[in-house]
Design a protein around this ligand. Structure first.
Ligand code: ADP
Ligand code: MG
Length: 238
């Protein structure tokens, strides 16, 4: 665990839950229901990675791979402003890439093996890692094939994280209610996709108003329990 870098989430309690922040050389999966804060955390990390190490960043740039079209430059602008950063510079340091299907998503990550080391990238976001795979391999009859493709994609991302000392953050939307579980373990509550890949799995849940609850699952090296954070106009906070 040499030279591991950590990126602040903007919330001290969420950082503590993660052992100091989102780490390089590994994959961190944020999974949870619609509206639980996955995309907002991805935006915040893309800004925060650019901070100095004293302020919880890595002086690095971000690659943001968007599969659902939910990325918003206005959110980056607001989050940068809230931290006293120049919004134009912050936006210049985020490489936005739209992935249109799973093959395209895999091809983009292949290209990152040359792109990342050339461009001071310290964070790669994939929001979401699962949506194209779910759409293209629907139902139980395609479950095994889908999981196999996803696993190979996740291993590719793990190699990227380790080879270039970058943080890889992926999101995965799961259903809110266990009573609508159709036998697909990757969409069930707690059905994270990292089951066969090393990494950190963080479950997000909605609470009252702008409050959200985070919990790390299956990580013996991290503290147990849940923390509360909020999503504000300024971004992720305690
Ligand atoms: P997910 O990606 O998990 O579906 P999001 O990260 O998109 O969820 O979170 C959406 C929530 O973030 C919204 O319901 C809202 O509460 C909050 N949010 C989004 N934009 C803003 C904003 N500009 N100011 C305050 N809260 C916001
Ligand atoms: Mg989202």
């Amino acid at each position: 665990r040499l030279n591991i870098g950590k990126i602040t989430t903007g919330s001290k309690s969420l950082d503590e839950l993660l052992g100091g922040g989102v780490e390089t050389k590994t994959i961190t999966e944020f999974f949870g229901e619609y509206g639980s804060g996955k995309t907002q955390i991805c935006h915040q990390l893309s800004v925060n990675v650019q901070l100095t190490p004293e302020k919880g960043g890595l002086n690095g740039r971000a690659v943001y791979i968007d599969t659902e079209g939910t990325f918003r430059w206005e959110r980056i602008e607001a989050m940068a402003r809230a931290l006293g950063l120049d919004p134009d510079k912050v936006m210049d340091n985020i490489y936005y890439m739209r992935a249109y299907n799973s093959d395209h998503q895999i091809a983009i990550v292949d290209e990152l093996f040359t792109f990342v080391p050339k461009n001071d990238v310290k964070l790669v976001v994939l929001d979401s890692v699962t949506s194209h795979f779910r759409a293209e391999y629907p139902g139980r009859e395609h479950l095994a094939e889908r999981q196999q493709k996803l696993n190979s994609h996740l291993h590719q991302l793990m190699r990227l994280a380790e080879a270039y000392n970058v943080a890889v953050v992926v999101t995965n939307q799961v259903m809110a209610r266990p009573d609508v579980f159709y036998g697909d373990p990757t969409t069930a509550v707690g059905g994270h996709v990292l089951a066969h890949t090393p990494g950190v799995r963080v479950q997000l849940r909605k609470s009252k108003g702008n409050k959200r609850i985070a919990r790390v699952v299956d990580a013996p090296h991290l503290p147990e329990g849940e923390v509360v954070f909020v999503i504000t106009e300024e971004g992720i906070r305690d």
